[in-house]
Ligand binder design. Structure first.
Ligand code: ZN
Ligand code: ZN
Length: 291
């Protein structure tokens, strides 16, 4: 009998040069996300909330372009800058928050103008203590923090400190956040899987055969409820019983790991019905506590 070695797409591609990290492009990404959310809202049972999320992203897009950003200090690595709370001491995110509240006064919760309290709440979110901050406050705070974090991720002085393989990283290599979802881009990166950070918006490569939570590779399965070529599928792991969604941009180039994740809550219900626990963070649907 002859055995045939079938080389997974990821490993075939590995023979080519893999971009281990895809840096964010904050000038355009929030606007694209807003557009995607509005497309997904059409005839959606949660249309009103998707429209609200789209308004937040539109405001982010407009604010980012004029926000007086502070760059990281020369010589500082991404890890230095984003894994510490030094950024919290800078005024950018609080200015962004003020502008977000001004842009959406009817939707903003009360009390978003008390600096000491906001810093405390921001620290809670960055430490994964989501349950201690209200959902609507979390959305506004995270949206403001993301504007500052994505700017720093996109403008760090050194772009070389993360040019090593990060296949073993399950949290964001630039800021340490859990991913929102995976994305399988089309085009030259077709077949590769990247995890997407919902805070600094960086993407990092992880082979598809490996669980994005525990690294196990024995019981990883992909599920779709609708069809084989569904844009969003579940990745479940029988080892750690975690799950994350995967967005297939090679099926639909508009797919966004935040928008498509938010618009596919039926998959979350299905995963939880099968006994899996969500490992990702969506900035418009925070978990009750740390995943
Ligand atoms: Zn990040
Ligand atoms: Zn796992």
């Amino acid at each position: 009998m002859t055995t045939i070695d079938i080389v997974p797409a990821d490993e075939r591609s590995a023979a080519l040069r893999i971009e281990h990290v895809i840096w964010p492009d904050p000038l355009s990404l929030y606007g694209k996300r807003a557009k995607r959310l509005r497309e997904l809202a059409v005839d959606h049972p949660e249309a009103a909330y998707l429209e609200f999320a789209a308004k937040v992203c539109t405001a982010q897009q407009e604010i980012f372009a004029t926000l007086p950003h502070a760059n990281a200090a020369p010589g500082m690595t991404r890890a230095d800058a984003l894994s510490t709370y030094e950024l919290l001491a800078q005024p950018c995110w609080q200015e962004a928050l003020t502008r977000l509240v001004q842009a959406m006064p009817a939707a903003a919760p009360a009390g978003m103008n008390e600096p000491a309290r906001l810093v405390h709440q921001a620290q809670s979110l960055l430490q994964g203590r989501f349950g201690s901050v209200g959902q609507r406050e979390s959305v506004f705070l995270w949206a403001a923090l993301s504007l500052q974090w994505s700017h720093v991720a996109a403008h760090m002085p050194s772009r070389h400190d993360l040019q090593v393989p990060v296949q073993t990283r399950f949290d964001c290599p630039t800021c340490g956040s859990a991913p929102s979802a995976s994305i399988v881009p089309g085009g030259k990166r077709g077949g590769l899987r990247y995890l997407h950070c919902p805070l600094c918006e960086t993407r990092w490569h992880l082979v598809r055969a490996v669980c994005s939570c525990c690294g196990g590779d024995d019981e990883v399965e992909y599920w779709s409820v609708d069809e084989a070529r569904a844009v969003v599928k579940l990745e479940t792991c029988g080892d750690c019983h975690g799950y994350l969604k995967v967005c297939f941009a090679d099926f639909d180039a508009r797919a966004d790991p935040v928008a498509d994740d938010l618009a596919s809550l039926h998959l979350d219900y299905e995963a939880e019905r099968m006994g899996f626990l969500r490992t990702g963070i969506n900035p418009f649907a925070f978990p009750a506590d740390c995943p």
